[in-house]
Design a protein around this ligand. Structure first.
Ligand code: BGC
Length: 354
């Protein structure tokens, strides 16, 4: 089974549609299934899921920093879903400071929370976060910054909910390939681009950077990287990097790849100040489908973006938290649950406005 929707299978099975089909994965009968999520690995995501609870416990939510456009939508969705289910929720701001977040995790543990949902400040802190929650025996859902399967295997009451970052990069490349000249506006036989990267410590930044360009190359396009700089997911940094690059490289720039929409919105300001026109003499793509970006896609000021489904991921994080609270454990190599990305163009952008 590839990318098995193990828990989705549980729904199907509980509906009796697969009774006796001889499938060798044995999803438990009473699980709370994900909506449209898939596990990263073949096989069943949760080894055993007794009755999932229906709310009423306490949940600590650690966000890497509140001042992040995408994570703001995400944390608001988490809070709403959890409170709607009757959980007592506390959401804290790590201010992008791992030592501060470590203290917050310890405080939640001391307070005796029933479960934790953690968006790590630094992916490299995964080992110590996992050791801490394991020692305390607190069921934990990690979100947004994916540790390695090996790191997660240290604790079987831990699951990661996120997206397959490579897919978002591929979609960005495809958005450029879908343009009339496949990104080669000046017809010189190559696509000349700048890459405005998120925090490079984050796997989302690494894989979006790699796979956006790879999609062009896989389609037979020659590429030329004029610049690659870290914009740390930040709008102002996106604006500054793009302004400097436009000053330095001018018309040579045909494509501006941004690892997220907030940086793309910043880049757009610089593109407009430089008198350039998106979709005419330059292309611009982001990821997230923030409302501001969706508007720009509809107005023709961004070539496209990729839906990073904050509400879908929040929903899935809560589903998995409830599975853990119900006693589920996760086998090594089966601890990542992915929500799909969606390519956003002027044709479908309106469908994603919140
Ligand atoms: C989002 C970014 C966000 C980052 C935070 C990424 O998945 O695309 O907008 O800043 O997560 O870690």
């Amino acid at each position: 089974m590839k990318k098995t929707l193990a828990l989705a299978l549980a729904v199907v099975m509980s509906l009796g549609l697969m009774a006796g089909c001889g499938n060798n994965s044995t999803p438990p009968a009473n699980s709370t299934p994900p909506t449209n999520a898939s596990t990263s690995q073949p096989g069943s995501a949760a080894a055993s899921i007794p009755d999932a609870p229906t709310g009423g416990g306490t949940v600590g939510v650690c966000i890497y920093k509140f001042d992040d456009a995408f994570m703001t939508t995400y944390r608001n969705a988490l809070q709403e879903i959890l409170e709607g289910k009757g959980y007592k929720v506390t959401v804290v701001d790590g201010n992008n400071d791992q030592s501060k977040q470590n203290e917050q995790i310890n405080t939640f543990i001391t307070q005796g929370v029933d479960a934790l949902i953690i968006n790590p400040c630094m992916t490299s802190a995964a080992d110590s976060i996992i050791a801490t929650v394991k020692a305390a025996g607190v069921p934990t859902v990690l979100i947004n910054r994916e540790p390695t399967a090996e790191q997660m295997s240290a604790y079987d009451k831990l699951v990661y909910v996120g997206c397959d970052a490579a897919q978002s990069g591929t979609f960005q490349g495809e958005l450029i390939l879908d343009t009339p000249n496949k990104g080669d506006i000046n017809g010189d036989g190559k696509v000349s681009y700048i890459m405005i990267q998120g925090d490079p410590e984050n796997i989302d930044a690494q894989l979006r950077t790699e796979y956006s360009v790879k999609a062009l190359q896989d389609a037979g396009m020659e590429v030329e990287q004029l610049d690659l700089q870290r914009g740390d997911w930040d709008r102002e940094k996106g604006q500054t990097i793009c302004a400097n690059d436009l000053a330095q490289f001018g018309d040579q720039i045909e494509v501006v790849f941004c690892n997220n929409d907030d940086m793309a919105i910043g880049a757009l300001q610089s593109i407009q100040s430089a008198g350039r026109k998106v979709n005419e003499d330059i292309y611009l793509v982001g990821v997230d489908a923030l409302d501001a970006a969706l508007n720009e896609v509809m107005n023709g000021n961004m070539t496209g973006t990729v839906l990073n489904d904050a509400v879908g991921q929040a929903t899935e994080a809560v589903n998995q938290m409830e599975n853990l609270l119900g006693g589920a454990t996760f086998a090594a190599g089966e601890q990542s649950v992915y929500v799909p990305y969606v390519k956003v163009t002027p044709d479908n952008a309106k469908d994603f406005v919140k």
